[in-house]
Design a protein around this ligand. Structure first.
Ligand code: SPV
Ligand code: MN
Length: 623
């Protein structure tokens, strides 16, 4: 380990952990960085990371204090590193399991390891490697898992500082145990200024479940590079589903209805770019987390959940003062913030849908940019990438929930599941019971967005908005949910939402902030404040309750004709959806019986409904 100087080596040795030393030794020898810097929880070390990101031009300062911009690789509109790369993300499995999970990419472990280790040989040449220690979840908490990160990107290390709790001191308390996840990341060979990954064709994100580690190389986009985000999510899903708890792609929010002296906590799973962060950041409510939660059955009979992060890596597109006032305010005031893949002109960031007058030129993820700029294939380069993002800490926000770091987490009173669905499901329905709720979550569909590479607008199945990260069979995962809920004395109520319903002319039927009314209605249902209308697919709100909520929360006159359009039940469309769900789950070997019972029951009820009426849309007033 001659690459590490004495001072840095001492910091590792102070942990008294042979396994940490072994991992560091193995990967430093393989990746061959120029030097190695170990970061503890001290402010001095953390400042070092932030400053190095600027010195190395991985980030550039903007005008407002604490604001910086980072760019990920971009060559053309179809060859870039601006989103998660599902194609090159592989779960390494034993030979006999290869290909047995129809919904995820798997590769035989030995073959995958050989390939990625070959690519990683010398990948940090000329770079400084930084070693960081984190805690996924609150400190001193039964929920939490420790994580070790090696990376040669100071943008990655800095982002993780905003997004995760420092864990060097927690590693000391491990007493030499190897019970932690570890992540090796390298941007690989760099090109240009700001420096971006050159060899995107050699981008690999390989998940080694057996070792509890992920090896990621030749990328910078946070969803591919940051070990603690979507890479740790996969490892935790595997662990949870082989134990007795849940790891979910959930936000956690405190809901505070007006005039009632209470807070209810809701989790919510939505595929990327489907309104998840905007829900957690709704005006008047508090945020615990916006992306990943661990849940356990707790002594008080509730499910408790913690945010394993402490920051937000959110989509910036369409964040403006009107639609997302809380986020917009956070992004336009001084605080430590990393903007990525936006347009910058005179030290000010611009993005699609920010509500400002966009300058004709500036610097963006494609270099110097002018309105009308095209890539070499003739495709328009938008001013900012549709998946451009911001990274901030939650605790600095006025709407941060005071329970963010509570080791016991918060009790879960309700769960939302939502997708981007233009023509099938109503804006909000309440499940009939827990198992029906699991069914609703398991049947989410969503049209693809710019958060992952590939074509947009394609309808995909998205069980619990977790399919991209599913490293166990769907059957096992669904069964684990069922059993988890059945162990609870106070089961969360489950709601399915759809913010994206359109009319025949393609116009959205709801305003962006209307979701506040669905959330407040759901909270009221948890406390029996409202009655509901029972339909074959679940309970829906009554018109007069929504009319009152729209007035009270949005100062809007909610018309009955709009309610009827939004909440009509579409048996034909939903039956088509059930056919797609059936085709998906039929491919799985171990889908629990309760799922098919609910499926068959829903199908029969919908067929009856369809036979009773000539209309494709049945008014909610008829139930
Ligand atoms: C998502 O895409 O679900 C995100 C951002 O939360 S990423 O880190 O890319 O996964
Ligand atoms: Mn996410």
């Amino acid at each position: 380990m001659e690459i590490i100087d004495k001072k840095n080596l001492e910091k590792i040795k102070a942990l008294n952990n042979q396994f940490v030393l072994k991992v560091v030794d193995e990967f430093i020898s393989l990746c061959k960085p120029l030097k190695v810097t170990v970061i503890t929880d001290s402010q001095e070390d953390i400042d070092y990371v932030r400053n190095r990101a600027i010195e190395l031009s991985e980030e550039t300062k903007l005008s407002l204090k604490g604001h910086t911009v980072h760019y990920d690789g971009f060559f053309t509109m179809s060859n870039h590193d601006q989103a998660r790369d599902k194609g090159n993300t592989q779960v390494l499995v034993p030979k006999d399991e290869e290909g047995s999970y129809p919904w995820i990419n798997t590769m035989e472990r030995e073959k995958g390891l050989k390939e990625v280790l070959d690519i990683m040989d010398g990948c940090m040449k000329g770079h400084e490697c930084v070693i960081r220690f984190f805690c996924l979840g609150p400190k001193n908490s039964k929920f939490s898992i420790l994580a070790l990160q090696l990376t040669d990107s100071f943008y990655v290390a800095h982002s993780e500082d905003l997004l995760y709790r420092a864990g060097y001191e927690e590693f000391r308390k491990l007493n030499g145990s190897d019970d932690f996840f570890y992540f090796i990341h390298s941007s690989g060979e760099l090109t240009g200024k700001p420096p971006v990954t050159k060899n995107l064709d050699k981008r690999r994100i390989y998940i080694d479940l057996k070792e509890g580690r992920v090896l990621s190389v030749n990328n910078q986009y946070a969803g591919n590079s940051l070990g603690l985000k979507k890479l740790a999510l996969r490892l935790a899903i595997y662990k949870a589903n082989n134990e007795d708890w849940l790891t979910e792609h959930y936000f956690i929010m405190g809901v505070h209805p007006k005039g009632k002296n209470r807070t209810s906590f809701f989790c919510g799973a939505f595929p990327s770019a489907c309104g998840k962060t905007s829900t957690a950041m709704l005006p008047g409510q508090t945020i615990v987390g916006d992306d990943i939660a661990y849940l356990r059955v707790w002594e008080d009979g509730y499910a408790h959940s913690v945010n394993i992060e402490r920051g937000i890596f959110g989509i910036i597109k369409d964040v403006n003062a009107k639609n997302d006032p809380v986020i917009f305010d956070a992004l336009t005031t001084p605080r430590e913030t990393i903007f990525s893949n936006v347009l910058v002109k005179d030290g000010k960031p611009y993005w699609i849908g920010d509500g400002s007058t966009i300058p004709d030129g500036g610097h963006n993820y494609s270099g110097n940019w002018n309105k009308g700029k095209k890539d070499k294939n003739g495709r328009d380069i938008p001013l900012a990438h549709p998946n451009a993002r911001y990274t901030i800490r939650i605790e600095e926000l006025n709407n941060a929930d005071p329970n963010l770091h509570k080791p016991d987490g918060v009790p879960v009173h309700g769960i939302f599941y939502g997708g981007r669905d233009s023509d099938t499901m109503p804006p909000v329905i309440e499940s009939l019971d827990w198992e029906h709720g699991v069914f609703l979550g398991a049947s989410i569909e969503s049209e693809t967005t710019s958060a992952t590479l590939g074509e947009e607008g394609v309808r995909m199945k998205q069980p619990m908005a977790n399919l991209d990260f599913m490293v166990v069979s769907l059957g096992k995962y669904i069964k684990n949910h069922q059993v988890f809920g059945n162990r609870l004395e106070h089961c969360p109520k489950v709601f399915a939402t759809n913010y994206f319903l359109k009319n025949k002319e393609g116009k959205y039927l709801n305003g962006i902030l209307d979701k506040l009314c669905w959330v407040i209605w759901a909270e009221g249902r948890v406390h029996n404040d409202f009655n509901a209308i029972k339909t074959p697919i679940g309970n829906i709100p009554k018109y007069l309750d929504l009319k009152t909520l729209f007035k009270q929360y949005l100062d809007k006159d909610y018309k009955e004709e709009d309610y009827i359009k939004q909440f009509s039940i579409r048996p034909k469309k939903i039956l088509e959806k059930l056919d797609r769900i059936e085709a998906m789950y039929k491919k799985e070997k171990d889908v629990p019986e309760f799922f098919w019972n609910i499926f068959n029951n829903q199908k029969n009820l919908l067929i009856n409904l369809k036979n009773k009426s000539d209309s494709e849309e049945i008014s909610p007033l008829l139930f």
